[in-house]
Design a protein around this ligand. Structure first.
Ligand code: GTR
Length: 327
């Protein structure tokens, strides 16, 4: 956890970085490198905002985790030292109980189901629930399905995870999920994972194809087992401090541009999933399907019971399940 002195120092550095002619650009953080679809999605939004305002409003993206881990940059965003932030839902789980729902293991039947739910009323409700916590939810981006990878061997059943040290994001839900599968969860920021794998501090982690590839984790952990246990999306948030300084017309421009950037991001995402998969397989990664997914999902009952606690959460689960159609 970063302290207040760091927050103020980073905030001041960001403000100086933005000095210049006209209004300073809004600053946006992303853990991924510049060519990753999340960064490109935010860039598409930024281009639309700049066009609609003839350059009066602009966005500068700090990619590659330059501004720190997602947990730290979220603190900066809530505090108002950072304007925009693209993060996964996981680090928001402790801030807003609504964000826990799309992060639940084995909730969505398919990528299509996830997209329908997040484009619809449940998604809007989750975005809106962030405002009391100092964040304005602008849109969700795709993050595909997360699966386990490790340095030891293929995972075909939960017993194969027994005793393995698995890195998880900073979220109690992820800790509980990995524990329920019999492994030892180790919360860690994304930037520390590669070294952790190489040095044997951890045996594995879990992520989608593009992150497994772009972080080069596949070079250190060569077994990728398609459990597809979580389909939690990415989210783009604006600091409420910055939002409140925008006119109603400018807020609408941001809302519309964010909405319009979603299909752009999804197109890039689908292409990146295919190319990342191809790249890691060509590099000799051993990927395996998991025939008995129920052996994993059956263990999630206690996790759901522990994390789905309020009526609002239960209704969200029900609404999302009703949108599922055929698996
Ligand atoms: C990626 C996600 C990042 C981050 C990362 C992680 O899929 O895009 O925002 O959450 O996973 O595991 O830390």
């Amino acid at each position: 956890m970063i302290n207040r002195r760091h927050l103020i120092a980073s905030g001041a550095a960001l403000a100086v970085a933005g000095c210049g002619r006209g209004e300073r650009p809004l600053h946006s953080a992303d853990a991924h490198l510049a060519d990753y679809p999340t960064v490109q999605g935010v860039q598409a939004m930024a281009d639309m905002v700049a066009e609609r305002t003839s350059g009066r409003l602009s966005v500068k993206i700090f990619a590659g985790g330059q501004l720190g881990s997602e947990r730290d940059t979220l603190e900066l965003t809530v505090f108002g030292a950072l304007d925009l932030n693209r993060v996964n839902l996981a680090p928001l789980n402790s801030i807003s109980p609504e964000t826990v729902i799309p992060s639940l293991p084995f909730l969505f039947n398919s990528i299509g189901h996830m997209r329908t739910a997040l484009d619809g009323a449940p998604g809007q409700q989750i975005l809106d629930a962030l405002a009391p916590h100092g964040l304005i939810g602008l849109c969700f981006y795709d993050s595909g399905a997360r699966s386990f990878y490790n340095t030891r061997g293929p995972i075909l059943e939960p017993a194969d995870l027994q005793g393995m040290k698995i890195r998880v994001q900073n979220s109690d839900l992820y800790v509980a999920m990995v524990e329920a599968l019999g492994a030892n969860p180790t919360p860690m920021s994304l930037g520390e994972v590669y070294q952790g794998l190489v040095q044997g501090v951890i045996d594995g982690a879990e992520n989608n194809w593009p992150s497994y590839e772009s972080t080069r984790h596949f070079e250190a952990a060569r077994y990728y087992s398609l459990t597809r246990h979580v389909m939690a999306p990415e989210i783009l948030v604006m600091s409420r401090h910055r939002w409140e300084r925008l006119s109603e017309a400018d807020r609408e421009i941001f809302r519309e541009a964010a909405r319009a950037s979603v299909p752009v991001m999804r197109g890039l995402w689908d292409a990146r999933v295919a190319s990342s998969r191809e790249r890691v397989l060509a590099a000799g990664v051993e990927a395996n399907e998991v025939a008995d997914i129920a052996a994993f999902s059956d263990r999630m009952e206690s996790v759901w019971d522990r994390f789905v606690r309020t009526d609002v959460q239960r209704r969200l689960v029900e609404d999302i399940r009703n949108m599922g159609g055929e698996a």
